[in-house]
Design a protein around this ligand. Structure first.
Ligand code: AMP
Ligand code: MG
Length: 353
């Protein structure tokens, strides 16, 4: 990554304003259907108007991820929850498309295995956390333990808890345990970004129909998903309670409007970029002493140049690039950023000088 892109204060403010409507204020009581509109699009007209924004987001993410990995201090855990057909997989694919795959791991959590059920409920999630420098994505997460497990209590029966552990309000207790666990992680350098892709019932119906109608999409269709749709209200209640109890100062929830896939991707990108910007990871710099040691090694390597070879071909290439840049600046045409149309400018995620 050659250039370092910093956003101006104004651009940062615009980005903060853009993601503000998605935030679940810690301590607030959420009623999903009332408080969040799955069709919201922040005044963006259509998919085309959002293309430049998504590109900018992907590019910034790539830059910040490289810095996150180089600094090796923070880890980032992205938690993705949604109802079926909300677009979790596509969001991961698009938003992370520019990021070095070595620094990102995606884990999809399914029905727990026998081994997983033989442990405490957070065990399987804890064992897949990202390392420092990495971005880990949970496609479904520990939140299933207060969602599908709550809507279908037979899942809880399978967890083989002792009687004493199921007494009282087990869901309130799990919220607290999850909050405590997340607090422990953030205190120790792991930032948690929680995203709920909010889909409307009607858009889910249309997406299921598309899976039936388009042969290439048939594989995605599951009769079980349609059965789960019957429990829409129960899921909505479980989501609302989860959002009310587990949006914390250290790990707040974001409700992403998901009826338009293109908008959901921009919104997710914007939340992730904001998080990384706040962490502000830096490429490590070398001390004066280290630089001196490097110079000595450099001189020794230069002295080993065979007859007729350049002492340091890299240095010559760098000098040539500098000269080329100088003469380009000499042009009377002002330099324009490579990407970032009018809409990117509006949101303030265009390249800053
Ligand atoms: P999919 O994401 O479509 O591959 O489906 C994964 C399935 O695993 C979904 O039906 C989830 O409800 C289910 N699942 C994920 N986590 C859990 C859990 N902790 N307990 C029970 N079922 C789960
Ligand atoms: Mg599924």
């Amino acid at each position: 990554m050659a250039t370092r892109q910093e956003l101006t204060a104004k651009q940062r403010q615009r980005l903060a304003d853009f993601i503000a409507p998605f935030l679940v204020r810690p301590g607030s009581k959420v009623s999903l259907a009332k408080d969040f509109d799955p069709g919201f699009k922040a005044g963006l007209k259509n998919k085309k108007a959002g293309v430049a924004l998504l590109e900018e987001g992907v590019r910034l993410l790539s830059e910040y991820q490289a810095r996150l990995a180089a600094q090796d201090t923070w880890g980032v855990l992205v938690v993705l929850q949604a109802l079926d057909a909300a677009g979790k997989d596509g969001t991961v694919r698009h938003v992370m498309s520019g990021v070095n795959p070595q620094g990102v791991q995606v884990h999809s959590f399914k029905v727990p295995s026998a081994e997983e059920l033989d442990h405490d409920f957070l065990w399987r999630y804890a064992s897949r956390l990202p390392a420092r420098g990495d971005i880990g994505i949970f496609n479904r997460s520990h939140y299933e333990e207060v969602l599908v497990v709550r809507v279908h209590p037979e899942n809880l029966d399978r967890q083989k808890l002792p009687k004493a552990s199921t007494k009282g309000d087990i869901w309130k207790r799990r919220y607290r345990e999850i909050n405590d666990w997340e607090r422990y992680l953030s205190d120790n350098g792991f930032r948690i970004v929680k995203l709920f892709l909010n889909l409307s019932r009607e858009e889910q119906r249309v997406r299921f129909l598309r899976r039936l109608d388009l042969p290439d999409h048939n594989w995605k269709f599951s009769a079980a998903d349609v059965r789960e749709r019957e429990r829409w209200d129960d899921y909505h209640r479980a989501f609302s309670e989860m959002l009310s109890h587990t949006s914390t100062e250290w790990a707040p929830w974001h409700v992403i409007p998901a009826d338009r896939k293109w908008f959901a991707r921009i919104a997710v990108g914007a939340v992730l970029v904001t998080t990384l910007m706040e962490l502000d990871p830096r490429f490590p710099t070398v001390t004066k002493q280290q630089r001196q040691a490097l110079s000595e090694v450099k001189r020794a390597l230069e002295a080993q140049a065979p007859e007729g070879a350049a002492r340091d071909p890299c240095e010559r290439a760098r000098r040539d690039a500098k000269t080329a840049a100088k003469s380009a600046r000499g042009d009377d045409k002002p330099q324009r950023p490579a990407t970032g149309g009018a809409n990117a400018g509006e949101l303030g995620v265009e390249r800053s000088e």
